[in-house]
Design a protein around this ligand. Structure first.
Ligand code: ISL
Length: 536
């Protein structure tokens, strides 16, 4: 059904296609495998799926290096398989979002092969090329997220090209109108194949300063010292010029104009520890750019405490009052949150309910619904180039990318019939496989199902207003709904918390989630307990 607002408050389930389900026994997941497992996602109660890239790619960054935007990599299947996936998803009431990596291509993309030939070919300015400084060094001080300078010398053209990520991921030049048009055509291609929206990779990296000015050093108060400098030198510059230039807003408006006739939605990934919320405000306000941004506030190593939650929402109220965030605790780039935050099952349950009560949309990452911890991947098994480069200070992203576990009594968890999977299945994950949890009262999977159903049953949790969270120690509370119809209180810690009850008449809800009922006019929450109430 045509509903241009479908994304607002939606729960989006992220699939990492290499690791969801292998249908042809090569040890790598594929589109047919995903199609076969869509019932699981619909049964969970998600509104949509986001599939990480499955496009033709040399797989240097596992698909985030695209060499053909309009085809499926043979490893994952065919366009016909994709059409079948979309058909099945729609039959199940699931929207389909795909992951467009527009900021850069693979160095194997025909556009780059042509562009690097010489300085006069028709695509000569499709990438960010620049002459060296007089002493032969890189054009400026910009750094790559994956370490080292963001510039790579090309012997043939005798110029440097910009790469914000791997050297094999050259950045497209969005100052070139033909590049913008080509990318809008990519979006049209997939919309015509009936996708409902896009996750836009690194949306704030699209446009760099046309004068290629040096970034200034980062003032110490803005540094995020939870990231070791050896791992992320990137954290030591103020990223004024290498990303998020004002021209980006013009491109996003054109992108939105392409989406509108289809009722499609886009969520832009904004990885910016310094100005993420402010950028989200720029990109999602006004109703003429992207609908949602995916900020990193809850993906950080530091646990989402009551204080951090209230600070984040206070900053959002100040800097981004009408922005629409899409929250996530976990994804394919970070340590799974259960491990990252050191959560017990009880703590993880409380965090799940909290996520379902927040204003914004939500992304869940495959396996999160099983309470999976990060997998330990041995050095010999590493696949992620980012991890191989920085081992052992940073072990890379493989520990959250191991295969999904479907069957507890199967060597590869029912992921594949191959001898080996592309990444090992974590032994400790098997006991948490879908088969071991489905239908079992009190399991993490059933808890997620109930939590999603709860969000659905209370539309004000999806689209209603939210008061600023009040934090007191580890406890936090807020009201949801335009008239404050729902009261939500959580104890995000080990110490019992005494909380004031809100004024008015209330009846408790969420018993099926384990919510606590106030007794004798007082609300005392034990460790990881929470209370949910609806105004009478
Ligand atoms: O910018 C960052 C921190 O300030 C990074 O976290 C960055 O936003 C993130 O690494 C972007 O990730 C996405 O693009 C990458 C790809 O490797 C990731 O898998 C993808 O999620 C390059 O395409």
């Amino acid at each position: 059904p045509f509903d241009p607002d479908w994304w607002r408050g939606a729960v989006i389930y992220q699939i990492y296609p290499r690791s969801y389900q292998d249908s042809d026994g090569d040890g790598i997941g594929d589109l047919k495998g995903i199609t076969a497992r869509l019932d699981h996602i619909a049964g969970l109660g998600a509104d949509a799926i986001w599939i990480s890239p499955f496009f033709t790619s040399p797989m240097k960054d596992f698909g985030y290096d695209v060499s053909d935007y309009c085809d499926v990599d043979p490893m994952f299947g065919t366009l016909a398989d994709f059409d079948a996936l979309v058909g099945r998803a729609h039959d199940l009431g699931l929207r389909v979002m795909i992951d467009l990596v527009l900021s850069h291509t693979s160095d194997q993309h025909p556009w780059f092969r042509e562009s690097r030939k010489d300085r006069t070919n028709p695509k000569a300015d499709w990438y960010v090329w620049a002459d060296p400084k007089p002493d032969g060094t890189a054009p400026n001080n910009w750094l790559s997220i994956f370490g080292g300078p963001a510039w790579q010398w090309d012997g043939r053209r005798r110029q440097y090209y910009l790469h914000n990520f791997l050297t094999s991921q050259p950045d497209l030049n969005f100052h070139c109108p033909d590049v913008q048009e080509a990318l809008l055509d990519v979006a049209r291609f997939w919309l015509d194949r009936r996708v409902d929206g896009f996750r836009l990779d690194t949306i704030n990296f699209y446009i760099a300063d046309r004068y290629l000015r040096d970034n200034p050093p980062l003032p110490p108060e803005l540094r995020n010292d939870t990231i070791a400098p050896s791992v992320n030198p990137y954290n030591h510059q103020l990223h004024l010029f290498d990303k998020n230039q004002p021209e980006n807003l013009e491109f996003l408006k054109k992108f939105r104009a392409v989406l509108n006739p289809y009722g499609a939605a886009a969520v832009g990934e904004v990885g910016d520890a310094q100005r993420g919320l402010e950028i989200m405000a720029q990109y999602t306000s006004g109703g003429d750019k992207v609908q949602m941004c995916y900020p990193f506030e809850m993906l950080q190593p530091a646990r989402l405490t009551a204080r951090l939650l209230s600070d984040t929402f206070a900053r959002m109220t100040a800097e981004a009052p009408d922005a629409w965030p899409c929250w996530a605790y976990s994804n394919h780039d970070v340590v799974r949150h259960v491990t990252r935050w050191g959560l017990s099952d009880d703590a993880a349950r409380a965090y799940t309910v909290l996520l379902m009560c927040l204003r914004g949309s939500v992304c869940l990452y495959q396996g999160e619904e099983l309470g999976l911890p990060e997998a330990d991947v041995a050095y010999e098994d590493l696949q992620d180039p980012y991890g191989i480069e920085f081992w052992p200070e940073f072990k890379g992203r493989d520990g959250c990318r191991t295969p999904m576990v479907w069957e507890a009594d199967n060597r590869l968890g029912g992921f594949s019939v191959a001898e080996r999977a592309w990444l090992p299945v974590a032994g400790a994950h098997l006991a948490r496989a879908v088969s071991a949890q489905a239908g079992r009262t009190g399991s993490m999977l059933e808890h997620y199902r109930a939590a999603l159903a709860f969000r659905h049953a209370h539309p004000m949790l999806r689209t209603g207003a939210m008061t600023l969270p009040k934090a007191a120690g580890d406890a936090v509370s807020f009201l949801r709904g335009d008239d404050g119809q729902v009261f939500c209180a959580f104890n995000l810690g080990e110490v019992p918390a005494d909380m004031p009850l809100p004024e008015g008449k209330w009846h408790p809800i969420g018993a099926e989630l384990g919510a606590v009922t106030p007794a004798g006019g007082a609300l005392v929450l034990g460790p990881w307990q929470f209370c949910l109430m609806q105004r009478i």
